[in-house]
Write a protein that binds this ligand. Structure first.
Ligand code: Q9C
Ligand code: ZN
Length: 342
């Protein structure tokens, strides 16, 4: 299968993130995408191609216009105030404060348009966001055009980004934009299967009231794991979307035996739904040695994930999300893809 990769990601290289009360070097760093690309080439998965350039029209189908405008202006506004290091949110309009004020100062905008301080801007961040989006859409176009599968090697990732907020290293929800683009270009029913260790709260928020896009999420139990405030089993969709959202929260220490059972159940849901195309939010932070996660999947498990997804027998778009065990990230992510190809 084809891989779409944009070099623009390299300019998104933050200094620090907050973890455990400390500023620590960012886990979500450029070398992640380089290791995955190197592994794609090493195993001969197929060509690694630069994506086409896309306008924001497809993104605007799932994201708020004011939010997209903010993403494009954030670094310049931050730098104009004399700042030189990562632009991070610090103040949020939480319950009890007014939520109707759309702010115009950069510090307030960073809080208004985010769920945490985990999506920081650097000078090259916006170009990276656009390159990541370009990869998702170009790969979606391949799948719509009849290819069995394509891999969008997106960086930054996307699944924590909602219609009007960033967070968790994510800015534009690449998988959601691609899913909507597929809906707008011939697919009547789209399933999103999110196998990243963290719940894809942004994806769930975007499609929660929609019956035409099934969202299935397998993830660390939000009672004990980020993003904490979404991802429980009783979140099954609303209105026309009732029954089109499925969450599989699993405890710390989960290995492939129970993780694979959840995958099997989710695949049954996708079959029953009758998806015309499957979008996989492919995170590999379920790995036993991931530095920020608590599942116990091994490198030998990832090809089994791909093989199970292939059994669905549907056109499949793989969109890269998280995974921070840099030494094994390529083996694990590409393991899913080679397992898919059989
Ligand atoms: N001690 C994705 O995997 N919390 N995002 C990090 C580190 C945020 C993960 C805490 C994790 C976000 C795309
Ligand atoms: Zn993750």
């Amino acid at each position: 299968m084809k891989t779409f990769y944009s070099e623009a990601h390299r300019g998104h290289a933050g200094h620090f993130e907050l973890a455990g009360g400390r500023l620590v070097p960012c886990f979500e760093k450029p070398v992640r995408a380089e290791y995955v690309r190197a592994r794609v080439e090493e195993v001969g998965l197929g060509p690694v191609l630069a994506p086409k350039s896309w306008s924001l029209d497809a993104a605007a189908r799932v994201h708020d216009a004011g939010y997209l405008d903010f993403l494009g202006r954030a670094w310049d506004m931050w730098a104009a105030e004399g700042n030189h290091t990562t632009a991070l949110a610090m103040t949020w309009p939480v319950r009890g404060l007014r939520n109707d004020i759309v702010p115009t100062s950069i510090e307030a905008m960073l809080g208004y348009y985010s769920m945490d301080a985990g999506a920081g801007f650097m000078p090259g961040t916006y170009a990276a966001i656009r390159g990541s989006l370009d990869c998702a859409l170009t790969a979606a176009e391949c799948v719509a055009g009849g290819e069995a599968a394509a891999f969008a090697l997106c960086r930054p990732p996307g699944h924590h980004a909602g219609s009007a907020f960033m967070g968790g290293y994510c800015f534009i929800n690449n998988a959601s934009v691609a899913a909507q683009w597929l809906r707008d270009n011939g697919a009547a029913r789209v399933a999103i299967l999110d196998v990243d260790y963290h719940h894809g709260n942004g994806t769930q928020e975007i499609f929660y009231a929609r019956g035409d896009v099934l969202v299935c999420n397998i993830h660390g139990d939000p009672n004990t794991e980020y993003p904490f405030f979404l991802g429980h089993v009783d979140e099954t969709g609303t209105g026309a979307g009732e029954g089109a959202n499925a969450n599989y929260p699993l405890p710390f220490g989960t290995d492939f035996e129970s993780w694979g059972a959840a995958l099997d159940h989710a695949c049954g849901r996708i079959e029953a739904f009758g998806a015309d195309v499957v979008v996989v939010s492919l995170g590999v932070d379920t790995f036993e040695r991931d530095p920020i996660s608590h599942f116990k999947l091994t490198s030998a498990d990832y090809p089994k994930i791909g093989a199970r997804i292939a059994k669905l027998g549907r056109p499949t778009l793989f969109v890269f999300e998280g995974g921070y065990a840099v030494d094994e990230i390529g083996i694990n992510a590409v393991g899913v893809l080679t397992g898919f190809e059989g």
